[in-house]
Design a protein around this ligand. Sequence first.
Ligand code: ZN
Ligand code: ZN
Length: 362
Amino acid sequence: MDQMQESLAYKCPNCGGDLKFAAEKQLFGCEFCMSEFTEAEMKGIAGKQEEIDLQEQEKQQQERQEFAEQTDVYVCNSCGAEIMADCNTAATFCYYCHNPVILKGRVAGEYRPAYVLPFQLNREQAVECLHKWCKGRWFLPKDFLSDAQIEKLTGLYVPFWVTDCDVSARMDALGKRVRTWTSGNYRYTETKEYALTRKANVALKGLPADGATHIDDKLMEAVEPFDYQKAKPFAMQYLSGFFAEKYDMDTAAVFPRVKQRAVQASDRLLRSSMQGYSSISVTSSDIKLMRTTWEYMLLPVWFMTYRHGDKVYEFAVNGQSGKFIGNMPLDWKKLGWFSAGLGLAAALAALLLLFFLGGGGL
Ligand SMILES: [Zn+2]
Ligand SMILES: [Zn+2]
């Protein structure tokens, strides 16, 4: 009975959900993020879980209430985007799908971010990045750089979960060293095999994942990195004149992505430590996230969507570094003329060739 009570108190070290003991597996499992831990692992981790003291809790409560009072949330009826802005900044259209924003409501205090990375790039600089990118891309649609389109460029704080992960990793591999030499009339090949084992506790810092469903994950990964050193504890004034997307994915929902990146990074690290072999084949690898700490942070992105036909193209400029990411809308008419031109040139060349061949035959 005692043990049962104890097990109920365990929180998932990766997402904070309640852990349940699965007797058949003899493991503590989290049904939110699917992490599993042995009893011994849990005892080791439990000691590290800090308690938030009462005073801190009270302060947090007050900050959340202030945030709720000073923030409006706009809900787009067409695409479902939920956009937050301070009470003095009104959203008149949806930054994502360009439809007029209809519903205005209140935001709950729990959406108050812990940190914000303030914009370093102003609007003019972001527009300049866009112009630079467009140079030489003559097949972009004509209205791509129109005033009406540029106006859609929005300073958007994207809700990010920035994580630190403790990873326990073990990898077994077979390393081969091959040596060949010649002696007399014989050529010798010597192959030596080494059983390699690597065990490591990897501490990953600042692994980000955005918490907005309809912002493309790949786009947000491409716009990285951000320098978190410049992040500030959240204060309302940073929001002034900008918009922030409200997160709709909690830590458990984002965890699979964080886990994948953490596992990949640890895997690379272990592999890179096996140097000096002709070949390496990994026979087994066990990489597990033991603890994840989460910071809810707003990161600055100049965001623009462009509608062409029925497709929405997304563009992002890192609001800190100016890095530009986007996929290209192609003007098929312009491209059509281009290939028609090529076709014509090819036909002419073929005619000329025939002419000369014919000429040679005479
Ligand atoms: Zn969990
Ligand atoms: Zn929308």
